[in-house]
Design a protein around this ligand. Structure first.
Ligand SMILES: [Zn+2]
Length: 154
C-alpha cells in the first residue's frame, strides 16, 4: 500500500515500490523511510560496510547505496530494484533507505535494523575507520546464519 498525503493519490514514489514488487516475487511488503541515520550514511554515496557482523543480516557483506536520482523517477526505481536482487535493504543516495520483506512486519523490522546499524556505524566512525570483517569471516557468518535459520530475510 502506497498512500500519499492527498487522499486516494499515490505517493510520488509509487515507481520505487512497484519496481520492487515486479522484480521480486518474494516481496509482499516494501518500506521506504527518510530515517535520520540512514539519510546521514546515504549522503556519502557509499555502501554501509561490513564493520559489524549484523550488517550481514541484509544478505551480503555490506548494504549497498544506489546513486542519487531525483525522487519519483524510473531511474531511482530501477536502481533500487536492482540493488535488492541479493539484499533485503539498501540505501538510496542522498535520500534514505528501502527494504523488502515477506510481509509488512518483516520489511519494517529490516528498516528498523538498518537504521540502528547506520547509527552504530556513525558512532563507530567517531573512533576512526573501523576494520571490516574479512571474506573468511563473512563466509563463516553466512554459513552460521543458514544453520541457525536467522537469515531468511532475502
Ligand atoms: Zn523518499
Amino acid at each position: 500500500m502506497v498512500i500519499g498525503r492527498a487522499v486516494g493519490k499515490p505517493s510520488s514514489e509509487w515507481r520505487l515500490h512497484a519496481g520492487i514488487y515486479q522484480r521480486h516475487e518474494q516481496a509482499d511488503a516494501v518500506v521506504h523511510t527518510h530515517s535520520d541515520n540512514c539519510v546521514a550514511v546515504s549522503c556519502h554515496l557509499k555502501p554501509l560496510p561490513g564493520f559489524h557482523y549484523l550488517a550481514g543480516e541484509f544478505g551480503g557483506n555490506d548494504v549497498p547505496c544506489v546513486p542519487y536520482s531525483t525522487f519519483g523517477t524510473q531511474q531511482l526505481a530501477d536502481d533500487a530494484a536492482a540493488a535488492l536482487t541479493d539484499r533485503s535493504a539498501c540505501l538510496l543516495g542522498k535520500h534514505g533507505m528501502i527494504s523488502r520483506g515477506k510481509d509488512i512486519s518483516a520489511a519494517l523490522d529490516l528498516a528498523h535494523r538498518l537504521e540502528i546499524m547506520c547509527w552504530q556505524f556513525i558512532l563507530t566512525r567517531h573512533l576512526g575507520e573501523p576494520e571490516l570483517l574479512s571474506e573468511e569471516e563473512w563466509v563463516e557468518f553466512h554459513e552460521r546464519m543458514e544453520k541457525v535459520s536467522y537469515g531468511q530475510f532475502i
